[in-house]
Design a protein around this ligand. Structure first.
Ligand SMILES: C[S@@+](CC[C@H](N)C(=O)[O-])C[C@H]1O[C@@H](n2cnc3c(N)ncnc32)[C@H](O)[C@@H]1O
Length: 324
């Protein structure tokens, strides 16, 4: 295995990944420049989470039209680089401005309508337990992931992603198979609602990136939608979470990222993954249930609660507003 290559020339990055079969290449620059250098119909799997235009450190706009403009320019280019039968997985949340929510996958679907060869196979709901607590609407606890294939024939390895059944001992109740086990010994289809903790403060994968997605989320997609040796492309790779999943599964990785700080963190993570030492939380790990006797899970003293109520009912300008 070679070390990850970080390159500032788009044509060199594309050449290493596509023609010299390097294990991990990250282009430091605008992904559109890299995409333009990728040969048509050469990428088997692209997975990404683009900027949401909500004013994060790495964005210069909060305008939803800029999300739409970016996607109208980027998606047709990206799709032309996908192999026939290749997959595109696009992970987005919601744009929130002045308390008004726009689910971004609606906008992505609108752009994809111009490309009828792209068939939507799943709209996966990624749900998680933690985030901002809203006071004027229900707190957001899911984002979505759209999986498209280019054309009708595609690779989907269900056995690679089966999960534990709830009732593995279930048997046919009637018919010729009555009394025989009715489940699949490899487990069941994971479905299209995935409960995977988001990467917050004490998560094993946490870096300084404000919105990295969990490696487990991508790991499942890579297992199901690609084969060992395949190249996995992430045009907005952040700290290279997609790359960590790809390398951990003996695939190769090509990414693009504009921020040097994230590229450096990603480089370290890719290096660990190449050495077989990637640290991440598997998607199949059970969700943590706190010990009911631990101090944080027990009901506090009613007097302490009263103090909380007193503070909450102070005039609004003295309180910290938590939610956009
Ligand atoms: C939602 S984050 C992706 C995080 C990533 N999935 C991870 O787990 O680290 C979007 C990333 O795209 C980067 N970015 C924004 N515009 C870009 C562009 N034109 N080309 C490449 N990267 C870009 C941002 O710096 C940011 O790190």
């Amino acid at each position: 295995m070679t070390s990850p290559k970080i390159l500032k020339t788009a044509s060199t990055a594309a050449n290493y990944a596509l023609h010299q079969a390097a294990d991990a290449v990250v282009f430091h620059g605008d992904c559109m420049r890299l995409i333009n250098e990728i040969p048509d119909e050469s990428i088997p799997l692209a997975i990404s989470s683009p900027p949401y235009s909500i004013g994060k450190d790495y964005e210069n706009t909060e305008d939803i039209d800029s999300f739409l403009d970016l996607h109208k320019r980027l998606l047709p280019q990206l799709v032309s680089k996908l192999q026939p039968g290749g997959s595109l997985c696009w992970q987005v949340g919601s744009h929130v401005k002045n308390g008004v929510v726009t689910p971004l996958d609606y906008l992505v679907m609108d752009c994809m309508r111009a490309m009828p060869e792209m068939k939507l196979r799943n709209r996966i709901v990624w749900t998680f337990g933690h985030g901002l607590h809203c006071s004027n609407r229900f707190s957001g606890r899911h984002e979505t992931l759209l999986w498209f294939t280019k054309g009708d024939t595609y690779n989907f390895d269900l056995d690679a992603v089966r999960v534990k059944q709830k009732y593995p001992g279930k048997r046919y109740a009637s018919g010729p198979k009555k009394g025989k086990l009715s489940g699949n010994p490899l487990g069941k289809n994971p479905g299209d609602v995935w409960d995977i903790p988001n990467v917050k403060a004490r998560h094993v994968e946490k870096t300084t990136h404000p919105c990295q997605f969990p490696v487990g989320l991508v790991h499942r997609l890579v297992r199901a939608l690609s084969k060992p040796g395949d190249l996995v492309f992430d045009p907005f790779c952040g700290v290279s979470s997609t790359g960590v999943a790809a390398l951990a599964l003996d695939r190769r990785f090509l990414g693009a990222e504009v921020m040097a700080e994230y590229i450096e963190i990603g480089r370290q993570r890719l290096k660990s993954a190449l050495a077989g030492e990637a640290e991440f939380r598997p998607a199949e790990q059970e969700i943590f249930v706190p010990d009911p006797n631990s101090s944080v899970a027990r009901e506090p003293d009613p007097i302490e609660w009263q103090e909380v109520v007193r503070i909450r009912t102070q005039p609004i300008q003295n309180q910290v507003r938590a939610c956009a």
